[in-house]
Structure formats: structure tokens, C-alpha cells
Design a protein around this ligand. Structure first.
Ligand code: ADP
Ligand code: MG
Length: 262
């Protein structure tokens, strides 16, 4: 039986909207009746907080790091938390040691792949939120999922961060004989400025094969985060939900047939 589709939301630049996109994409997939497993790999645990699971961030071991160290020796019930829209593997304060703990190991970058194989039965899609840096933890996400959703601000600084990301991914593909594909680019926190318009054009021209989604700056997305859910589970209607649904729909269309044929 084929496993679920896996994807990660990644960009080594901080504050570009990885966590916001990851949570709302997961919420949109839930709206499309997909069973979602959300994994917060960022040691800072922002997604864990934004899904209302802050108590898990300080939970006693075994934590996500223990599970990455011993991926075949995990207790699903101790690792996976319930959320009204999805199941969540929260981050934990001890993930701050993950770079140093996993780095010396030969298979240090393939632990998440092994762990997901243990955990993902019964889910349709696994969504992984990445930390804001390149290193062993992000490598784990890239190798385990091989499918990237890349948020980027509609600012000129994004040109260089995307170049760095693609160079890095290219090197990792060679090292691990992997095929890692960008599946969507999410221009995020868009405001009505000339720089934003120019960057949206640049995204289209520089990455013609990667579907581009446009998420505008909306304080309502921050309010949903503060309520511990995606924008789909709050009372107020948020216009960007439609964009997240389009993104979710396209990813499902692209990734699910591949899983069936795998
Ligand atoms: N479309 C948006 N509109 C308004 N605020 C946003 C939007 N996307 C992200 N933010 C805010 O910007 C900050 C950084 O976003 P976040 O998703 O945490 O980025 P990252 O995970 O890449 O560090 C957060 O305070 C978040 O609420
Ligand atoms: Mg984040």
C-alpha cells in the first residue's frame, strides 16, 4: 500500500511565512477531507504554539528528538497530539540540540524519513514545518518529503534566498541520490507596492514551472494563529482561505497520483 503524500514548507530565511503557510495549508487539506499529520521540526516551536499545543513544547521525554535519534522505537501515543483540524507531532525545547545530536551520525539526515514511515499509517498527507536555517534538521525534512512548498516575501531579498535554497537542494540531491521538487511558491505577506509587483513578476519569470500562489498581508491570519488554529477554524471569514484551498487542491492533484503509482 502506498503511503501518504509528504511535503515540507521550507526557506532558510526566517520570518517569511513558513509556519503561517504550513498551518493554513494543513487547514486547507483538512477542508478537502484529507487526514493530515503535521510535524513541527523547528526547535523554536512556533507552529506548536500556533496550533495551541504550547504545553507539549515543554513535555517530558520521549520527545521528537528522542524519536529522531531512535526512529524505530517510538510510541505513537506519546508523540502525536490531537488538534481539531489535524494530528500534530509538536516540537519540543530539546530540539535545540538536534543539529549537534544528529550531525555526527552517518544516517543523521534520514531519521525523519524512517520516523514518518513508522508514524504515517492512516494519513493522507504529511506536512512538515522547517526551521529557518539550512542544516541537519532541514536536510531531514528535504530528504523525507522530497516535495517543497516555498514561501517567500515579495521583496527583492527573496531572489538571493531562493538562489541559495536551490543551490543547497541541488547539492543535497547529489549527496543522497534524491529528487527533490519545488511544488509551489507562495509569495507571502504581499502589500500593494511597486516592489511587490516587480517581485511577483520576477517569481513568474525565474520559476516558470513552479505554480505561484499569492497570499496578501492579513492581520486576520495572525489572529487565527493566536487562537491556535488555521484560518479555516476561526469564526471570522478570511479571504486568503480561498488561496490556501487552491494551493492544497493543486498539491493533492500533483502528489496523490504519484503516491498511487509509487
Ligand atoms: N500573510 C501574512 N499576513 C500577515 N502576517 C503574516 C503573514 N504571513 C506571516 N505573517 C506574520 O509574519 C511573522 C512571520 O511569519 P512565520 O509564519 O512565523 O514565518 P517563518 O515560519 O518563516 O519564520 C509572524 O508574526 C506571522 O504572523
Ligand atoms: Mg516558522
Amino acid at each position: 500500500m502506498a503511503g501518504p503524500a509528504r511535503l515540507c514548507v521550507t526557506n532558510q530565511k526566517g520570518g517569511v511565512g513558513k509556519t503561517t503557510v504550513a498551518i493554513n495549508l494543513a487547514g486547507a487539506l483538512n477542508e478537502l477531507d484529507r487526514e493530515v499529520l503535521f510535524v513541527d521540526l523547528d526547535p523554536q516551536g512556533n507552529a506548536t504554539e500556533g496550533l495551541g499545543l504550547l504545553e507539549a513544547y515543554d513535555a517530558e521525554p520521549p520527545t521528537l528528538l528522542d524519536a529522531l535519534v531512535e526512529p524505530t522505537d517510538v510510541s505513537r501515543s506519546e508523540l502525536v497530539y490531537d488538534h481539531e483540524e489535524m494530528d500534530v507531532v509538536p516540537s519540543n525545547v530539546d530540539m535545540n540540540a538536534a543539529e549537534a545530536t544528529l550531525a555526527p551520525e552517518d544516517d543523521g539526515a534520514t531519521r525523519l524519513d524512517t520516523l514518518l514511515t513508522e508514524l504515517e499509517t492512516g494519513y493522507d498527507v504529511v506536512v512538515v514545518d522547517c526551521p529557518p536555517n539550512l542544516g541537519q534538521v532541514t536536510d531531514n525534512a528535504l530528504i523525507a518529503t522530497e516535495n517543497l512548498v516555498i514561501p517567500a516575501l515579495a521583496e527583492s531579498t527573496s531572489k538571493r534566498s531562493l538562489e541559495l535554497l536551490f543551490d543547497y537542494v541541488g547539492a543535497l540531491e547529489m549527496d543522497y541520490d534524491a529528487e527533490i521538487e519545488p511544488r509551489a511558491l507562495v509569495a507571502n505577506r504581499i502589500e500593494t507596492t511597486r516592489e511587490a509587483d516587480e517581485m511577483l513578476e520576477w517569481f513568474d519569470e525565474a520559476l516558470p514551472d513552479v505554480p505561484l500562489y499569492r497570499i496578501r498581508k492579513r492581520v486576520a491570519l495572525q489572529r487565527a494563529f493566536a487562537e491556535g488554529t488555521s484560518a479555516f477554524a476561526v469564526e471570522e471569514e478570511i479571504d486568503m482561505c480561498e488561496r490556501f484551498l487552491e494551493l492544497a487542491d493543486q498539491l493533492v492533484e500533483t502528489l496523490e497520483p504519484m503516491e498511487v503509482n509509487a
